[in-house]
Design a protein around this ligand. Sequence first.
Ligand SMILES: [Zn+2]
Length: 367
Amino acid sequence: MSASINMLSGLGDKGPAAIVVEANGKRLLLDAGGALHPGEPVTWARGLDVDAVIISHDHIDHIGGVSELPATLPLYCTPLVAQALPNGRAWQPLPERGTCQIAGIPVTTGQAGHSLGGVWIHLDVAGGIFYSGDACFESRLFPFDTPPPAQIALLDASYGTYDQPQQACVDAISAHLDRPLVFPVPETGRALEMALWLAEEADARGLSLAIDPIIRANLQTLLALPATLRRSHVDKRIEAILVRPDASQPSLNLISDRDDTAAMWPGFHLLHTGYLTPSRCAELAAGDILWQRWNVHLCASHLVGLADQLNAERVVPLFTHLSDPALSNWRTLLGARLATQKTLFLNTDALNTHVLNANTLNNRSLA
Ligand SMILES: [Zn+2]
């Protein structure tokens, strides 16, 4: 039995996620990412021919390209992620944690520790193909489920080889809390855990806080899920936030990221905690905004730990630059397991799964 993996987009930079796995004569698209930078075209969908698409989570670089796909293409995602689909888009449910068959391919999903309704995806073909989507070990709210073994690991390396623990991030953000701040955050992701932390910090320091209603609503949604879909011992802390009134003149504001600019918040500093678009990089360089990461992706040591756990023969770091010096750092971290080819071919015989020399085969198949 053979399979192939074609990274249409998301390999070599922080770009839209779109990966095609072909196995058992069927082709599955993993994620349908949209442009991270406003105005950039989505090109990976041109001429695409697949049997179904599976969406890992509802962030734009994973779901924003669904509108480029035929409306009749079967689409699988969890019910919470489905809320972010274009209006009227048909979808079929993917388990938050469990197994199903999609186009005849056995699929296992588990909690990815990154966002509300978000999952990793494991395909039981050719010794196992694991795709993390966006994943994190350090969330205070979202659990990370241990996946089954996989020969091939396609892993979230959005942070490159960065390896700071979350506590260092929290300490650095804490140092800013004595000034009026606005935190624009993705409303289904780090917003929820930052709400918990900020409420506790505000109480401890006597600071005033307001939390965006959409973030409160998503906390309510998280609390309504089966308890196994959130970390233990957080329910009382979420309940406390839901009854906590917003301050009338807050010094701290946790808001859904709607591209607010510094000019819209006179007297406040905008503190970003995630990916910066080029225009935000320019704002940061000009001193108009602040930035301090709050970890929501795999740090390098966690990525390596996950690759070990999977017992992966080949590991593809996704959503990150793969030119030197980063490439040498990945080689040091992953050794012979590092794979950076756009296309991987796998052959399974009775004894072994072989990852074939993708470049050679790719050239041959193109010839
Ligand atoms: Zn994400």
